[in-house]
Design a protein around this ligand. Structure first.
Ligand code: NAP
Length: 317
């Protein structure tokens, strides 16, 4: 029986599934392992079922025991793992695509609605009490007829586009490569980030964090947005330069932000915490029972497929 380390607590049914297939070490208290502890805990194991909170950088990967042959990441994103370092050590890295698309797109749409319709301010006012309906109480931005720019029109971006279109939004997108007409569903392609940003009344960031995309939305690129644009991020915090975004909010270049993900999670920039036009969530993208179950089961299936065949269809390195 192969031995695996499961670095974070999973839903009970998923831990039972893993236990039926592997000799698994679970994290009963759901403690956040330091890199040192993770290396220590993985001794004697053949594989690791990791989460996005595990920082598997080159230094950590280089110190993993030789017995580790696979890191099965419990996420579609893998910015927490140095793929090259893993490859050099002959360690396969896998992810959990598709199963979290719908749940994450739901949060992507919630961010758009929450930021445009001033949900944070509305919730606060409703809780405070004493408010009186008036014709100009918390006037927000209507989505109908508004241009939505999707940065990263992949699985999640396409699903957000579909829902946004049904709300009357006009869809634009930028990827490095243009999609087929079937996948575009009438969306307008922009070859450059600058072109996309210049037509984005609302921006939805849906691309992965990578060397190319880190700080892609920064002091200079924010200026390409129309004045009073709304910026939402359901992908990864590293894509946005926070100081520049908070400055843009303060001078009303950006009307509002809707964020699920942050640099240095959970210690997000305090500028967002204090800002009334920031609609913020604690990284809830895939947080539904159905999706978290499907993700964990897929992460377990990835391990099983790899140990049985030496390969895995969800290999990313
Ligand atoms: P996906 O299907 O691989 O889509 C990614 C899209 O980004 C592709 O269309 C890709 O097109 C584009 N892209 C990649 N690099 C780019 C670049 N340098 N410039 C412009 N576009 C680029 O991935 P997905 O399943 O939709 O997931 C997207 C991301 O969402 C994940 O990587 C993850 O970080 C994040 N996510 C967040 C949560 C959450 O809880 N908030 C949950 C799930 C996923 P090209 O290759 O043609 O450029």
């Amino acid at each position: 029986m192969k031995k695996i380390l499961v670095t974070r607590k999973l839903l009970r049914s998923c831990e039972e599934k893993a236990q039926g297939i592997f000799k698994a070490t679970f994290n009963l208290n759901d403690e956040l392992y330091s890199q040192k502890k993770l290396i220590e805990m993985s001794k004697g194991c053949d594989g690791i079922l990791s989460a996005l909170t595990d920082k598997l950088d080159a230094n950590t990967i280089n110190q993993l025991p030789d017995s580790i042959k696979i890191i099965s990441n419990f996420a579609v994103g893998f910015g927490n793992i140095d793929l090259e370092a893993a490859k050099k050590r002959g360690i396969t890295v896998t992810n959990t695509p598709d199963v979290l698309t719908d749940a994450t797109a739901e949060i992507g749409v919630l961010l758009i609605l929450g930021a445009c319709r001033r949900a944070s301010e509305g919730i606060e006012k409703a809780r405070e009490g004493g408010w009186v309906w008036s014709a100009d109480l918390l006037i927000g931005k209507q989505l109908t007829g508004t241009r939505l720019g999707i940065l990263g029109m992949g699985r999640i971006g396409q699903k957000i586009a579909k829902v946004a279109k049904s709300l009357g939004m006009i869809i634009h997108y930028h990827n490095r490569s243009k999609l087929s007409e079937e996948k575009e569903q009438g969306a307008v392609y922009h070859k450059t980030l600058k072109d996309l940003l210049s037509v984005s009344d609302v921006l939805s960031i849906c691309c992965p964090a990578s060397k190319e995309t880190i700080d892609m939305i920064n002091k200079d690129t924010i200026e390409y947005l129309p004045k009073g644009a709304v910026v939402t991020n359901v992908a990864r915090g590293d894509i946005v330069e926070d100081e520049a975004m908070i400055d843009a909010l303060n001078r009303r270049k950006v009307y509002a932000v809707g964020l699920d993900v942050y640099k240095n999670e959970p210690n997000l920039n305090t500028g967002y915490l204090k800002h009334p036009s920031a609609f913020i969530l604690p990284h809830l993208g895939s947080a539904t029972k159905e999706t978290r179950t499907a993700m964990a089961n897929l992460a377990v299936d990835n391990l099983e497929e790899f140990f049985n065949t030496g390969n895995c269809k969800n290999k990313v390195n």
